[in-house]
Design a protein around this ligand. Sequence first.
Ligand SMILES: C[S@@+](CC[C@H](N)C(=O)[O-])C[C@H]1O[C@@H](n2cnc3c(N)ncnc32)[C@H](O)[C@@H]1O
Length: 257
Amino acid sequence: MPRPGEPDYYRSRARAEGYVARAVYKLKEVDEKYHLIKPGQRVLDLGCSPGSWLQYIASRVGPGGLVVGVDAAPLAIEAVPPLYFVQGEITSLDLETIMSLSPMFDVVVSDLAPKTTGMRQVDQQRSLELASLAWEWARRLLREGGHFLVKVFEGPDTPALAAVLKQNFSLCRPIKPAGSRPASRETLVHFVNFDRANPPAPFPATVRKQFSGPVKSVNWLSPDGDEPLALSFRETGERLTFTTPPLKRYAMIVIAQ
Ligand SMILES: C[S@@+](CC[C@H](N)C(=O)[O-])C[C@H]1O[C@@H](n2cnc3c(N)ncnc32)[C@H](O)[C@@H]1O
């Protein structure tokens, strides 16, 4: 990472080329290498502010395409068709709002990132949670054969998430783009050719504990009224991790102490 006062090549280049963030070069690199975005496509961009990925995607899909950006923070660019912006928390988004713009997308990208604390494990965990949420949206809204590109801060739990998602795609490619700051542990993972016919993959869930004392059991209650299912779980410090069956629209997890 450049020291204060040192020029940052990608920032200067972004300014010169009219992009609102240096982040654009990560997406551009993946696209130029793997042909992610094509003219006329519909693309969903999660965690899109200030908007450099949107600027790039809109130029690639052209007037016959569609780009929908979602972020809790406002954009630093104007949303002009084919670009649409939905401001909101990824956790409380309404599927219908997105589907009213397009019922299905060819590509879903996520550059969602938590506000970093400087504590590596905490930042990794938050990034993984955002990546999992992005996958929740992608698996509902991606068309058969679509692509999913997601950013995650590498950590011990990253391979587990990648392994789960891989079941729904024909290829999974981790990419460390040149545009990433050298000190950053962020990776982009490119999932190719979504298989909608595959049942939704089981989902590794993590709860940051709000209670004290050991946990006795974790049970899954399906919305279909099936028998409660006891899940195996792992407690590490403040975290409780377990894998759920394939997610439906909602379900209840009962944690007993
Ligand atoms: C690295 S920035 C994205 C940069 C963007 N790709 C660009 O090119 O301009 C990460 C974004 O994730 C958003 N974000 C983080 N957590 C979020 C959440 N829970 N809901 C919605 N947006 C979130 C932040 O507001 C931030 O704008």
